[in-house]
Design a protein around this ligand. Structure first.
Ligand SMILES: [Zn+2]
Ligand SMILES: [Zn+2]
Length: 331
C-alpha cells in the first residue's frame, strides 16, 4: 500500500496540556495520541507512540511544534502495554533520564514482545480454534512474520501504576483508575477538579472495540465493569489514545455498552440457528466480511463474547477436529 504517512504534530488543548499526534502504519488507524502535561520545570508524558525507524523523530517534531523537547520529560507513564502506547518507552526513558510507570498486569505484552514466535503461535492457535482453514493460516503466518513488533525493547516499569499512585502536575493531581478489558494493563488517568480524563483506548471518540484475548478470564466482563468505573467519575473532557478530544464522555460510554450488548445478542442469535465455529459466527456479528486482514482482530473479539456468554452459562463448546464448536446451553 503506498499511502503517505502522517507526520508527528503537536497542539495545545488547554494551557499546560498538549496533544502529540504520532503517525501509525496501520490501515484505518493513521495516528495515536501521546499527552504532555506541564509539571514544574518539565512535563509528564503519557504514552509514547509505536516504535518505527523514524518514530523518535516524529515525537521530536510534535514536541517541537509546542516548544517542548524529549529532555523535558520528567516522568513517562503508559495507559497500557500496546505497541502504539508503550513501544517507545525504552528510548524515551533513556533520552530523558526519567522514570517510567505502567500497570503491573503487562505480561500480555512483555511475553509476546520478547518472543515473537510464541506470539505468532498463540495467534495461529486462536485462529485454528476459531475454525480458520490451514491454507489461510499458512498465508497469515508468512505475512505476520514480516510485521514489525512496534516495541523498541522491553523494559520493566520503575513503579507500578496502580490506584494508590497519583501524578502531580501543574494542572493538579491525576488519579489512576484501573480499566482492564481492552488490555489487562489498561488504566485511565483522572483530574477531578477539571473533570479531565485521559482515557487511552478504553473510551475512544469513535467507538471501536478491541480486547486482548487469552490473558484474563473475561475481557468483555472486565471491559463493562471498567466502563462503569469511568462513568462514575463524571468526566467532561476525554483525551483518548486515538482521535480528537471529546466532551460527551457519558454518551460515549453508553455507546460502548450498547455496541457490546448488540454484539452479544448477535452471537446469541447466530447460535439460535445452530452450532457454529467462531469463523461461522463472525459474519453474523460484524457489518463487514471477515478477511485475512481483519480476521485476527474480529475472531479474537468473537471469542471474547463467547467466553463471556459461557461464564454466564448461556453457551458451551466442544472440540471438533481442532476447532471449537459453540452451541446455546440447554436452558
Ligand atoms: Zn490499545
Ligand atoms: Zn491504541
Amino acid at each position: 500500500m503506498t499511502r503517505q504517512r502522517e507526520l508527528g504534530r503537536g497542539e495545545r488543548v488547554v494551557p499546560g496540556l498538549w496533544r502529540l499526534r504520532l503517525p501509525l502504519p496501520w490501515p484505518g488507524v493513521p495516528h495515536c495520541n501521546a499527552w504532555a502535561i506541564a509539571a514544574g520545570s518539565g512535563i509528564v508524558l503519557v504514552d509514547t507512540g509505536m516504535h518505527l525507524p523514524d518514530s523518535i523523530a516524529q515525537l521530536e517534531r510534535a514536541l517541537d511544534q509546542v516548544n517542548l523537547r524529549v529532555e523535558h520529560v520528567r516522568l513517562l507513564v503508559c495507559t497500557h502495554a500496546h505497541s502504539d502506547h508503550w513501544g517507545q518507552a525504552a528510548p524515551i526513558r533513556e533520552r530523558a533520564g526519567c522514570e517510567f510507570w505502567m500497570h503491573p498486569n503487562h505480561e500480555h505484552a512483555v511475553r509476546t514482545a520478547e518472543d515473537h514466535d510464541l506470539a505468532l503461535a498463540r495467534r495461529i492457535e486462536v485462529a485454528r480454534q476459531s475454525g480458520v482453514p490451514e491454507e489461510a493460516l499458512r498465508r497469515y503466518a508468512d505475512r505476520a512474520r514480516a510485521m514489525p513488533s512496534g516495541i523498541a525493547s522491553v523494559i520493566e516499569p520503575d513503579r507500578d501504576l496502580v490506584p494508590d499512585v497519583s501524578l502531580e502536575t501543574d494542572l493538579g493531581t491525576w488519579r489512576v483508575i484501573e480499566t482492564p478489558g481492552h488490555a489487562p494493563s489498561h488504566v485511565c488517568l483522572f483530574q477531578r477538579e477539571r473533570r479531565m480524563l485521559i482515557s487511552g483506548d478504553h473510551v475512544l471518540g469513535r467507538i471501536s472495540l478491541y480486547y486482548d484475548y487469552g490473558w484474563s478470564p473475561d475481557p468483555v466482563g472486565e471491559f463493562l465493569s471498567s466502563l462503569d468505573a469511568v462513568d462514575r467519575l463524571d468526566a467532561r473532557l476525554a483525551l483518548s489514545g486515538h482521535g480528537r478530544p471529546f466532551v460527551d464522555v457519558h454518551g460515549h460510554i453508553e455507546g460502548n455498552r450498547k455496541l457490546v450488548r448488540e454484539r452479544l445478542d448477535r452471537v446469541d442469535a447466530a447460535l439460535a440457528s445452530g452450532r457454529k465455529t467462531a469463523v461461522q459466527i463472525a459474519p453474523h456479528v460484524y457489518d463487514e466480511p471477515l478477511t485475512e486482514y481483519n480476521a485476527g482482530w474480529l475472531l479474537q473479539e468473537t471469542l471474547c463474547y463467547l467466553r463471556h456468554l459461557e461464564l454466564l452459562g448461556q453457551v458451551e463448546h466442544e472440540p471438533d477436529r481442532g476447532a471449537e464448536v459453540w452451541a446455546l446451553s440447554e436452558r
